[in-house]
Ligand binder design. Structure first.
Ligand code: DAK
Length: 260
């Protein structure tokens, strides 16, 4: 599919997906959301793609939230459709078997922060800024933000950020555990791609099942999570990747995984 608001570039099995709507700080209108849904659907199916780095065009913003101009004019029916589509994008990222790293290069506000939180983890530029301004607009985060943030950093810090609508620095987001690592603006994308390539060299089924075990386990009791982990562990022993990985170790060579 041809995209109007997204740039996709794939090298060595890693796709850099750039939201490219600079004139509105890459904010999410219904057309960006629809394109993201198509893009993630296709990336999940594409066997040549081993991982995705999601970022924003330009130096100012990752994504400055939902498009307030468009949102302010939505009818109730359109708002419901917008919400459903946005939530589908977040779920696609959560459920896809490939790792998705958010490279936050500037403002990640509202729906933009929710998009970053839906990714597997966040790397950020030292100049990035994070926040949930929704309560100042008379609403609340609606793409899973309250849930993902509270699970990530705990309810008290999540409440402070969401209730105040305050915009925090990258350093604070890092200290609070929203961001895994900070880089200079120039280093951000190369470092995210380096990590994506490092992960892509591992067994893809192992990575996929680990992603599933961690995400699913968060919604289970610890005992059920242990049981689920054990069943996924067992399933991997029916795969070529497990034989290849362990065989390569014993033969003192690099593994060549096929994801089968
Ligand atoms: N929407 C539309 N346009 C935006 C925008 C946004 N979110 N953010 C920036 N822009 C536009 C500005 O209007 C401006 O356009 P022109 O005036 O030049 O035409 C251009 O981008 C440059 O922005 P500024 O001139 O404002 O740049 P500054 O450096 O002065 O300020 C800023 C940067 C990021 C602090 C500021 O632009 C700002 O406060 N932006 C809005 C941040 C924000 O409140 N974001 C929305 C959060 S609410 C839902 C689920 C989720 C959501 C909604 C519903 N459902 C389940 C239904 C999500 C809601 C949100 O994300």
């Amino acid at each position: 599919m041809e995209f109007k608001n997204l740039l996709l570039e794939t090298n060595d099995g890693i796709t850099t997906l750039t939201i490219n709507r600079r004139e509105a700080l890459n904010s999410l209108n219904s057309s960006v959301i629809a394109e993201l849904e198509c893009a993630f659907y296709e990336l999940d199916l594409d066997e040549t793609v081993k991982g995705v780095v999601l970022t924003g065009a330009g130096e100012k913003a990752f994504v400055a939230g939902a498009d307030i101009k468009e949102m302010s004019e939505l009818s109730s029916f359109e708002a419901q459709d917008f919400a459903r589509r946005g939530q589908r994008v977040m779920l696609l990222i959560n459920r896809m078997h490939k790792p998705v790293i958010a490279a936050v290069n500037g403002y990640a506000l509202g729906g933009g922060l929710e998009l970053a939180l839906a990714c597997d983890f966040i790397y950020a530029s030292e100049k990035a800024k994070f926040g949930f301004p929704e309560v100042g607009l008379g609403v609340i985060p609606g793409f899973g933000g309250t849930q993902n943030l509270a699970r990530l950093i705990g309810p008290n810090r999540a409440k402070e950020l969401v209730f105040s609508g305050r915009i925090i620095t990258a350093a604070k987001a890092h200290a609070w555990g929203i961001v895994n690592e900070l880089f200079s603006p120039e280093e951000l994308l190369p470092k995210a791609l380096e990590t994506a390539r490092e992960i892509a060299a591992k067994g893809p089924l192992g990575v996929a099942y680990a992603k599933d075990a961690i995400a699913s386990g968060l919604n289970m009791t610890k005992e059920d999570g242990f049981r689920y982990e054990a069943s996924l562990f067992g399933v991997l022993f029916a795969t070529g990747d497990q034989r290849e990985g362990m065989g390569a170790f014993l033969e003192k060579r690099s593994a060549e995984f096929k994801g089968k």
